[in-house]
Design a protein around this ligand. Structure first.
Ligand SMILES: [Zn+2]
Length: 223
């Protein structure tokens, strides 16, 4: 477990004397309450995550059992499917067979997601090795999947007709959230984590920019 304010390891976040009677521990390094989120409802943690507070991410990653490896794998699959739906939404091959389109878009989404994660992992190993050598690929996957909740808005894009501006706003919000989550798991500065995210996402981001706006300029007939 860790202090949500400074990230230092702590022996526990609270002492329970009896059911419903507990006392929060203080962090020996910074002197703050180690984790005040243990007394909060999950919705409070979620709101603070949406507000990009690193403390909420530290609680989620280090002091709660919410994210098992099974949940992370399911989240990866969901993200790939959502990304494939977005590509299909902006696809110029709407007249092709659904099986062909689905396979192609899923493959594109899987390659895009893999290259993004691999890019972060390689740059982390090359440039931030001394800061967090114990960080595993699973930690990075956990950070990226748990902070990509804005992609759920893609469901709304499937129902209502949105412009490419909305897709780009979602992309940017996801990248900012990814940066905050990476800052926590890599135990590094916000600047370094944002550089890692930006450099890893840049190739696919500009490809998506071209894809969205080229379709917007030449709309395809709806089937
Ligand atoms: Zn502390």
């Amino acid at each position: 477990m860790r202090c949500v304010h400074c990230g230092s390891p702590v022996i526990g976040t609270f002492v329970q004397y009896s059911p419903g009677n507990l006392r929060l521990r203080k962090c020996p390094k910074c002197g703050c309450v180690a984790d005040e989120y243990v007394e909060c409802e999950p919705i409070i943690v979620f709101v603070d995550i949406v507000l990009h507070k690193p403390e909420a991410y530290r609680h989620l990653f280090f002091n709660s059992n919410a994210l098992s490896s099974k949940v992370v794998v399911m989240a990866v699959l969901l993200l790939v499917v959502l990304e494939a739906c977005l590509y299909d939404y902006f696809s110029t091959e709407r007249a092709a067979a659904i099986s062909y389109r689905s396979t192609k878009m899923l493959a594109k989404a899987a390659v895009t997601f893999s290259s993004y994660i691999t890019g972060i992992w390689i740059m982390h190993r090359l440039f931030t090795k001394k800061r967090s050598s114990s960080t595993s690929l699973m930690d990075i996957l956990t950070a990226i999947t748990s902070s990509s909740y804005f992609k759920l808005f893609i469901f709304a894009m499937m129902i209502w007709d949105f412009s490419p501006h909305i897709a780009l706003v979602i992309e940017v919000l996801v990248l900012i959230s990814n940066g905050v989550a990476l800052q926590v798991v890599l135990n590094t500065s916000a600047n370094i984590s944002m550089v890692l995210v930006a450099a890893s996402a840049a190739p696919t981001f500009f490809w998506k920019l071209f894809l969205y706006y080229s379709l917007w300029a030449n709309p395809q007939p709806q089937l």
